[in-house]
Design a protein around this ligand. Structure first.
Ligand code: ZN
Length: 365
């Protein structure tokens, strides 16, 4: 490793360590992480705006003009809960273990360093850093609020863990609750009733076979369907007259959630279907100039070359694409996010920083 890289690596490790130690698995911890980032940036001369919504703090930093040419670096500082030892970072070989190291404090550490670096540029790139505190708990207060404040741009890079691949698509989310009615009877004479649980079972199996669940595209072999909850029956000696179940459907870009609901409704007239939650899918054109620039920068510095893919889970990119702002997920390498042994691969943080620098330098020239 070059001497300069050794120095940079140590700086990134220090920053990441400080971020993990904020224990950002609740609002207080996430606010502490935002405060840490704000103090760091201000000290380096980066302009910072702090906002608060429902007690959650978040920040916007940098000299982005908010036009179609502005690149937004987006990150969440919150992490999911972990065991005590996960908040004490440790290094083993090339890996740094700790809650949030991979999802996505490693990327946030790199973004902080980049913003500090840009201040020293004679020609500051048109870039805006957006850090939010609540992505892991539904993004009800962070990203949409900052967008409402007028912080937008022409391209978004969200540093979610992607192993230096570029996520161009993300599945949409459709949460439905189905209630199935039956007829109760004494448990010793089930033929006199209509068992709602059995009926729900067969309805669910039919839903699984519906055409909407067999659609594919370049990035996904199929949508996904998870039978997430089920409630029914009260006592042994009664035929249950009601059963409800919850479906977590992850549908593909291009699929229409209303049509999916209509398809499901046609399975049975004895079912009441309720829409609980809905997030739109994400789809970005791979020929977009910003996307191409990022792809070429990745090809130059990533050990594994550049690759596009589709993300199964839904991230904050979903708030930007409906506004016509292409938003990709792109972050460093690692594994175990949301698990007990979460780690980030340290050399990939260096690669991540170099890729983003290359991307901005190409953009400036
Ligand atoms: Zn994340």
């Amino acid at each position: 490793m070059l001497k300069r890289d050794v120095h940079l690596m140590q700086e990134l490790i220090n920053t990441l360590t400080e971020l993990i130690k904020c224990r950002a698995s609740n609002r207080e911890g996430a606010n502490a992480a935002i405060d840490y980032c704000a103090a760091r940036l201000k000290k380096s001369g980066v302009s910072v705006n702090i906002h608060e919504n429902a007690g959650y703090r978040m920040l916007k930093a940098g000299r982005g003009k908010g036009t179609g040419k502005t690149v937004i670096l987006h990150g969440h500082v919150d992490v999911i809960p972990g065991e005590e030892m996960q908040f004490i970072p440790r290094i083993e070989g090339e890996r740094l273990y700790g809650r949030g190291s991979y999802d996505m404090l490693g990327a946030v550490a790199v973004m902080l360093h980049l913003m500090e670096r840009f201040v020293q540029y004679r020609q500051h790139p048109d870039v805006l850093l957006m850090l939010v505190p609540d992505e892991e708990v539904g993004s009800n207060f962070g990203t949409p609020f900052l967008i409402e404040q007028g912080y937008t741009g022409g391209f978004v890079i969200s540093g979610e863990p992607t192993n230096l691949d570029i996520s161009l698509q993300a599945k949409g989310v459709l949460h439905l609750e189905a209630e199935v009615k039956g007829v109760s009877a004494h448990g010793s004479r089930p033929w006199l009733g209509e068992n709602a649980i059995e009926k729900a079972m067969s309805i669910y199996l039919s839903i699984k076979e519906l055409p909407f669940n067999r659609v594919s595209n370049d990035y996904f072999p199929a949508p996904s369907l998870n039978l997430a909850t089920i409630n029914g029956g009260k006592v042994f000696n009664q035929v249950p007259d009601s059963c409800s179940f919850g479906l977590d459907i992850r549908y593909l870009p291009g699929q229409n959630p209303e049509e999916i609901i209509e398809e499901i409704k046609r399975v049975s007239e004895d079912m009441n279907l309720k829409r609980v939650q809905y997030f739109s899918p994400v789809s970005v054109d791979r020929q977009h100039p910003f996307v191409q620039a990022l792809f070429h920068a990745v090809a130059k510095f990533s050990r594994d070359g550049a690759r596009f893919f589709g993300q199964d889970g839904s991230g904050d990119t979903r708030f930007f694409t409906p506004l016509g702002i292409p938003a990709v997920e792109f972050g460093p390498c690692g594994a175990g996010h949301h698990g007990k042994e979460e780690f980030v691969v340290l050399p990939s943080l260096l690669e991540y920083e170099k890729i983003l620098l290359q991307f901005f330098n190409d953009y400036l020239s």
